[in-house]
Write a protein that binds this ligand. Structure first.
Ligand code: KIV
Length: 269
C-alpha cells in the first residue's frame, strides 16, 4: 500500500513560499471528509458553522464542545491526507487559559485532530500562546468573526477604512507572534488581504476576502448548494446538490407509491 504524505504546517509554509495556492473546505461528517480528502483538499476545517448548516441553529453561538467533538471524530476517520482543524466553539476558550488548554487538548486527544482554530486577537493572544506552548498548532481568524456577532450586530464587511485596515494588520502580526501556523481572514474589502499578507510570513486564507490570499476556504454546504437559509455574496456554488437530492427523493417516492421499488434486482432470492 502506498504511504500517504500527510499535510503539515511545514508543507503549507513551503506551498506559500512556492506561491502555490492552498485549498480548504469545511466538513462535518465522515462521507464528505472522505470525498474532500480524495479530491485533494489540503486543510479540512470542522467549522462551528456546523451549528447553522447541519443542525439548523440561528448562529454559531449555540454550538457545544460535544457537538464539535463528535463531528471532528467522524471527519478524522475520513481524512487521511488533509490536515484536520477543529474550530473551538463559543466559550470553550474565551474565559481563561486553562479552559482553552483543556478543550484544545480534548480535540487532539479524543478526536485526534491536527490543530485548533480560535477567533480574534487582543485578549485571545494569551489563549493562543498557551495552546501553542503545549504543542498544539493553532490557526487564527480575523476580520468578521462570527462568535462576536452580538458585538458587531450583523454580518458586516471589515477593513472599510484605514483605521480598520491598520487594526487587521496589527492583529495578524500579533497572531503570528503568538505562534499561529496560519490565519483565516473573513469578509474584508477587496485589497485589504493583500496588505495584511505583505506583513506576515504564515499562510493567509481568505473567505470573502478577494483573491490575494495564499488560499481560500468555503463552507462545504454553501459551495455544494446544500444550505438554503443564507448565501453570502462571496459564495460560489459549484453544484446544486439540494436539487439533485430532491429529484432523487421524488423519484423514490413515486416508485414506492407505484409499487415499482423494490424490483427483482433489489430483492433477495
Ligand atoms: O465555522 C466556519 O466554518 C468558519 C469558516 C467560515 C472560516 O469559521
Amino acid at each position: 500500500m502506498q504511504k500517504i504524505k500527510k499535510i503539515t504546517p511545514q508543507i503549507l509554509k513551503k506551498l506559500k513560499e512556492q506561491r502555490k495556492k492552498i485549498a480548504l473546505l469545511t466538513a462535518y461528517d465522515y462521507p464528505i471528509a472522505l470525498v474532500e480528502d480524495r479530491a485533494g483538499i489540503e486543510i479540512i476545517l470542522v467549522g462551528d458553522s456546523l451549528g447553522m448548516v447541519t443542525l439548523g441553529y440561528e448562529s454559531t453561538l449555540q454550538v457545544t464542545m460535544q457537538e464539535m467533538l463528535t463531528s471532528c471524530k467522524a471527519v478524522r476517520k475520513g481524512a487521511k491526507r488533509a490536515m484536520v482543524i477543529a474550530d473551538m466553539p463559543y466559550m470553550s476558550y474565551q474565559p481563561n487559559n486553562s479552559l482553552a488548554i483543556k478543550n484544545a487538548g480534548k480535540f487532539v486527544g479524543e478526536a485526534n485532530v491536527d490543530g485548533v482554530k480560535l477567533e480574534g486577537a487582543g485578549p485571545m493572544l494569551n489563549r493562543i500562546k498557551a495552546i501553542v506552548d503545549i504543542g498544539i498548532p493553532v490557526m487564527g481568524h480575523i476580520g468578521f468573526t462570527p462568535q462576536s456577532l452580538k458585538k458587531f450586530g450583523n454580518y458586516q464587511v471589515r477593513g472599510k477604512n484605514s483605521k480598520e485596515i491598520d487594526k487587521l494588520i496589527q492583529d495578524a502580526k500579533a497572531l503570528e507572534n503568538a505562534g499561529v501556523f496560519s490565519i483565516i481572514i473573513e469578509c474584508v474589502a477587496e485589497g485589504v488581504a493583500k496588505k495584511v499578507k505583505k506583513e506576515i510570513n504564515v499562510p493567509l486564507y481568505g473567505i470573502g476576502a478577494g483573491n490575494d490570499c495564499d488560499g481560500q476556504i468555503l463552507v462545504v454546504h454553501d459551495m455544494l448548494g446544500l444550505f438554503p437559509d443564507f448565501l453570502p455574496k462571496y459564495v460560489k456554488k459549484y453544484a446544486e446538490l439540494s436539487i439533485i437530492i430532491e429529484e432523487a427523493m421524488k423519484k423514490y417516492i413515486q416508485e414506492v407509491k407505484l409499487g415499482k421499488f423494490p424490483d427483482k434486482e433489489h430483492s433477495y432470492r
